[in-house]
Design a protein around this ligand. Sequence first.
Ligand code: PEP
Length: 245
Amino acid sequence: MRRKLVAANWKMHGSRDANRALLAAVAASLPGSCDVVVFPPFPYLAELIAAHAGIGFGGQDVSAHAAGAYTGEVAASMLRDIGCGYVLVGHSERRQYHHEDDALICAKLERALEQGITPILCVGETLDQRRQGVTEAIITAQLHAPLQALGERIARIAIAYEPVWAIGTGHTASAAQAQAAHAFIRSQLAARDAKLSRMIRVLYGGSVKAANASDLFAQPDIDGGLVGGASLVAEEFLAICAAAR
Ligand code: PEP
């Protein structure tokens, strides 16, 4: 049985005071029925980790390099150093605005795993791609390089299916659409190793909110959510966590 995981991607939102208050409100009422991971902006990570034992934390990004003269980058070893257990890799906003490709994404996965950090690999199609009926081909392509590069170590990652058309748009995939994509992802993993496919957590991301979380999380292949906008409102995020059991 896979324990559900709910991840809060705060993106580039908030301030020191606002983020402290948001996390304090979340931490005070977490239901305990699922794992919770928060991805704050980098400057606030260490302070929030120090103040909140018992919640998981992660970086929104990680360098593809282990160390060195890479201005502005954050190494996986640094994330581990301050207590991060997770990192987002291949988020569609990184693919789109920072032109991240498969090779870069694989290098980031490698750096995270070297440090014992669980990467959450994000995959998903654009609206155009869905309309063209190539959703499965896109997911297959996005999984191909990581599956090749990581081999058996793929068991140490989590995956987030995030249809790009549902991220920040208010258009959630229906529970049936999401389940179909998740079942497809699991079938791709099963083609490698049936046992492995049953172990890996596959999260859904894309306008998850309190009103749709229960339906989504009731699907057999949906193991929790990667939540953007709704994670910035404590009551909304707590209701999503409560739906994950
Ligand atoms: C995300 O950015 O990963 C995300 C799912 O955002 P939202 O929940 O706002 O759609």
